[in-house]
Design a protein around this ligand. Structure first.
Ligand code: ARG
Length: 574
């Protein structure tokens, strides 16, 4: 482990406890005044009284810091300022450099995690909400898998229910071959809207659609075959989007709504036995405690409709039961837009009431905001229909290719195409992940593809530049130094930044706030720029040169790993 904050915490916590007679979080923070600062003495005094400077002084006296810190000061009203010794930084950097995993430890307890994400609806274009879920979910999967957890991907596509009556009838009208053609080229919206238009305008079509739903639910073989065509063609289209995005989702990860059909009755029976079901206007409902509408009336999850049918709520009760009981997951993540927050809270509460969900297992809604167009409204094309995702992504790659061609005309064609793909797709993903996921953001090609600022191209380029240092000098990065020389302020700043990586990853694995990782990588790249301006690398000599090469190498590896965990590839040259 090379987590400085954690090392200091381990030294300060017992000292605080000795002084206070109770456990105290040293509340360490990076600081401008020293390397780290603790303001825990101030908080402690607010609780227990006394003079904060005295408390801080006593803690410092008790704490065993001599081998880590070159300077310990009490400042202001009672802050403890800690400066890490250069040789400690140097030794830790050497450890990190020698390790494949950059010394990031595996979690004490690895667990089974289910990640429900992407989840578009069959025979309907994926919308930008699904794009966000796909990008964020992929980052979740990558980070937790890299940590060592067993991650099970669940693509809960919507491919069951009443719309399929009208979709199947429309498919019959235009002919199966034509329908398959339309769907496989990704004209899902055209198909859906044509069906919808007929449904709204034509009463005989409406009747056909309704009886088709009944046939679908009763398992009529012809109807099921037609339904399968619709679903399979849609899946093919989704898979092309996933391939273009370079996300890990694949054909084995589809566990759509229909997958749960034969579990729904048993969900009803079980909830009934537990006494959790109540009849409301003929429908069987659960009313999880604490959820009411504006008038204060309890809100239901409808488990079985009056006509015997099941809906979205029932299916999600089945997802959570299966993930807990059959997949033995202890962390259940649902990466879905924020408008569904209450739905998931109610599902989780019901699962707790039913005794399915109990510690150590926990379920979390990993909610996200929307992607907006420049007009501030949810992103759509000019015609008002939602954007075709493939077009949106391809446009990013085309624009990236133009920029790369201009910046580096010497790249051969194949490399250029590869780089354009990494930059274009990376830019789309990064602009998403670098935003607090609870917030909306504006989709802006110019900004996301800029080589300045907190963008994917900036970080990719920062790393590629480091790669070129090694390439041009024709040296291998040294990875076996016993100690890295840290002497200049710019070296120290970079060392501290590099050593903060582990703490950031640990935190992000917990809160799944990827903008914190993005922000960290951006800070690292900027700090590196400062170092590279002030500290000559190839022109320096001996241990200093070797050490600076290590700093370069570690920066490049940290950037590459960080980007990779965000699902973004980092080309060696750009
Ligand atoms: N298909 C749904 C939609 O488009 C999202 C499904 C999310 N996952 C779930 N288990 N409910 O809104």
């Amino acid at each position: 482990m090379a987590n400085l904050e954690e090392l200091l915490r381990q030294r300060l916590a017992p000292a605080f406890e000795a002084v206070a007679g109770t456990q105290v979080d040293p509340a360490l923070r990076r600081s401008q005044h020293a390397h780290f600062q603790s303001d825990a003495a101030l908080a402690l005094v607010r609780r227990l009284g006394g003079n904060p400077r005295d408390v801080a002084a006593r803690v410092v006296e008790q704490a065993d810091l001599a081998d880590l810190c070159s300077d310990v000061q009490i400042s202001g009203p009672g802050f403890i300022n800690l400066t890490i010794a250069d040789d400690v930084l140097g030794r830790l950097l050497a450890q990190v450099s020698a390790d494949e995993r950059l010394t990031v430890p595996r979690p004490e307890r690895t667990e089974i995690v289910t990640v429900d994400y992407s989840a578009p609806n069959a025979a309907k274009e994926m919308h930008v909400g699904h794009l966000r879920s796909t990008i964020i979910g992929d980052a979740v999967v990558r980070l937790l898998e890299w940590q060592g957890h067993t991650v099970i991907r669940q693509n809960h596509i919507g491919e069951w229910g009443t719309p399929f009556g009208m979709l199947i009838e429309h498919l019959l009208d235009i002919g199966e071959a034509e329908a398959a053609q339309e769907l496989s080229v990704g004209d899902l919206n055209g198909f859906y809207q044509a069906a919808r238009r007929k449904f709204d305008a034509d009463d005989t079509f409406k009747d056909r659609a309704r009886s088709r739903v009944v046939q679908l639910q009763s398992g009529d073989p012809t109807t099921l075959r037609l339904w399968t065509t619709l679903v399979e063609e849609s899946k093919k289209y989704f898979l092309t989007v996933y391939a273009l995005l370079g996300v890990k989702l694949n054909a084995d990860d589809f566990f759509g709504e229909s997958f749960y059909n034969d579990q729904l009755q048993s969900v009803v029976d079980e909830l009934d036995k537990l006494g959790l079901l109540r009849l409301s206007e003929g429908a069987k409902c659960v009313f999880p405690a604490g959820y009411t509408n504006r008038n204060g009336d309890p809100l239901p999850i409808i488990v079985q409709k009056r006509d015997g049918g099941f809906g979205y709520g029932a299916t999600d009760l089945a997802t959570i039961r299966r993930r807990l009981r059959d997949l033995h997951a202890t962390r259940l993540l649902y990466v879905v837009g924020l408008p569904q927050a209450q739905h998931f809270e109610m599902v989780y509460q019901t699962a707790r009431d039913a005794g399915w969900l109990a510690l150590p297992a926990r379920a979390e809604h990993v909610g996200h905001g929307s992607i907006l167009g420049k007009d501030g409204k949810i992103l759509r094309t000019r015609a008002g229909v939602s954007v075709k995702l493939v077009d949106l992504l391809q446009e990013a790659v085309v624009r990236a290719a133009a920029i790369i061609a201009e910046k580096n005309p010497d790249l051969d064609e194949a490399t250029r195409a590869e780089v354009a793909n990494a930059v274009g797709i990376g830019a789309v993903k990064y602009s998403d992940l670098a935003t607090d996921r609870g917030k909306d953001y504006v989709f802006d090609y110019d900004r996301m593809l800029s080589f300045e600022g907190n963008t994917a191209p900036y970080l990719q380029y920062a790393r590629a530049r480091i790669c070129s240092i090694f390439r041009k000098a024709n040296v291998e990065p040294p990875r076996d130094l016993a100690e890295v020389v840290v002497a200049e302020p710019a070296e120290r700043a970079l060392a501290l930044e590099l050593l903060a990586f582990e703490g950031v990853l640990t935190q992000v694995a917990e809160n799944l706030e990827f903008h914190r990782l993005a922000h960290y990588l951006y800070g690292l790249a900027s700090t590196f720029t400062g170092f590279y301006e002030k500290c000559p690398v190839l022109k320096s000599e001996g241990p200093v040169r070797q050490s600076r090469l290590v700093l370069c190498d570690l920066t490049a590896r940290t950037l590459a790993l960080g980007l990779d965990l965000l699902g973004i590839s980092a080309p060696d040259q750009m």
